[in-house]
Design a protein around this ligand. Structure first.
Ligand SMILES: NC(=O)C1=CN([C@@H]2O[C@H](COP(=O)(O)OP(=O)(O)OC[C@H]3O[C@@H](n4cnc5c(N)ncnc54)[C@H](O)[C@@H]3O)[C@@H](O)[C@H]2O)C=CC1
Ligand SMILES: O=P(O)(O)OC[C@H]1O[C@](O)(CO)[C@@H](O)[C@@H]1O
Length: 380
């Protein structure tokens, strides 16, 4: 049987990427540090993916097992030797931590076989696979690099499926939205995986997705949090926030249409479809999950700051994006490590310092001034 090794047996791992491999006839070895999930995967060897619809259709996912990367290094290396695909859905900040073990696996594989391996990081981050490749190469000497690179293709991708935090402690089952899109960039022929779309150039896809799905989601999460809402769909029922989301996606949309020559009517349909996905009450998706890791989300290349800077560069409006960035700076959720760190930074050094530090925005820039203005009004 064909083999896939997937790092991160969490929501996207089990609910999306691992499920597609299994449905394409692969055995999936999930690699994670969560003992409970790993043990359960090995005992039950299957789980259900449930669609968040009125009917709650269920798909059974079989041919799965698990390994703990902290305790079973050798077994992970062996699994990598046998795999056709190696994927991750673990969070961009975790990629450097798994890179040494992947490097070991790739080295052992290069010694043992010349079969091709496809490595794809499935994270909400532009060029996540390139980042992972960079971290892996740091752990290989020159000779090893050449050997490894001869038979490994590193492919960037964009992943889109909303998988909320699961309220089913002790179960491997995953509730997911019906919609999904997995776009992988390559010009070579690669083994067919159900639901994987191949494109020669990812930039328009990942920017369109990141600056519509993820920007829109972030706007809802941060304004929802400020308005004491619990979930994304509840927040969207608030007319003022709904209009704020539409206005912000109007700004990212104008940039995307201009940058990638998109058809404005088609792009508006894409925005409307995404807003309807956010309105799915079956997902019960918390604003604190979607707003998680605000330092990452306020990064210069991420879903809020990058489109604002790009819109500014193109002479387009970015005022609603600036307002959303201000709302993100007010996300003081105590259980989020990033949020706690960000609030401490703002408290100690002020918001202008945080914008410089986290988003790379100079306090004298037009964007920073506008964000700080909105920040002061929202704080009241
Ligand atoms: N949940 C969603 O709807 C979507 C998530 N994504 C992206 O997918 C990635 C994963 O997100 P989720 O599945 O939601 O997160 P999650 O928290 O459900 O899953 C992450 C998994 O990684 C594991 N993990 C953490 N540190 C590890 C380590 N050092 N070694 C091995 N395993 C480790 C955790 O135990 C957990 O099982 C993120 O980059 C996210 O942005 C992308 C699209 C949709
Ligand atoms: O996973 P991240 O990057 O923390 O962001 C939360 C996000 O997860 C998703 O639910 C799935 O893509 C996004 O739509 C949302 O913006």
């Amino acid at each position: 049987m064909k083999q896939a090794v997937h790092f991160g047996a969490g929501n996207i791992g089990r609910g999306f990427i691992g499920a597609l491999f299994s449905q394409s006839g692969y055995h999936v070895t999930f690699v994670d540090i969560a003992d409970q999930i790993i043990n359960q995967l090995n005992e039950e060897k299957q789980y259900n993916v449930k669609l968040a619809t009125d009917q709650q259709e269920t798909v059974m996912i079989t041919n799965v097992s698990g390994l703990n990367n902290l305790k079973q290094e050798n077994e992970v290396v062996e699994a990598i030797k046998e795999a056709t695909f190696l994927t991750t859905a673990i969070g961009p900040n975790i990629l450097p931590r798994i890179a040494p073990l992947i490097a070991k696996g790739l080295m052992a594989r290069a010694e043992a076989s010349s079969d091709k391996l496809y490595v794809i990081a499935c994270e909400n981050q532009i060029s996540a696979t390139d980042l992972l490749k960079g971290y892996i190469l740091e752990h290989l000497d020159e000779g090893a690099k050449e050997k490894v690179l001869a038979n490994v293709a590193f492919l960037n991708s964009a992943v889109d499926r909303i998988v909320p935090i699961q309220n089913n402690q002790g179960s491997l089952d995953v509730l997911v939205e019906p919609y999904h899109e997995w776009v992988v960039e390559t010009t070579e022929e690669i083994p067919h995986i159900e639901g994987m779309k191949i494109v020669p150039e990812l930039a328009p896809f990942i920017e369109r997705k990141l600056f519509t799905v993820n920007t829109g989601h972030a706007v809802i999460a941060y304004f929802g949090y400020l308005a004491n809402k619990e979930t994304i769909d509840q927040t969207l029922a608030d007319e003022e926030i709904y209009n704020q989301v539409k206005a912000t996606l109007g700004e990212t949309g104008a940039y995307l249409i201009n940058q990638y020559n998109l058809d404005p009517v088609e792009h508006q349909k894409y925005i409307d479809k995404i807003i309807s996905r956010f309105q799915n009450a079956h997902l019960n998706d918390g604003v604190t999950r979607v707003g998680r890791s605000p330092i990452r989300k306020l990064g210069p290349e991420d879903r809020l700051v990058r489109p604002a800077l790009q819109a500014q560069k193109a002479g387009l409006s970015y005022t609603n994006l600036a307002k959303a960035i201000a709302a993100a700076l007010l996300f003081d959720y105590k259980e989020d490590e990033d949020a706690v760190k960000l609030q401490a930074m703002i408290q100690e050094h002020g918001v202008a310092y945080a914008l410089q530090e986290v988003s790379g925005l100079d306090e004298s820039s037009e964007l920073a001034k506008e964000i700080i203005g909105h920040y002061e009004s929202l704080k009241k």
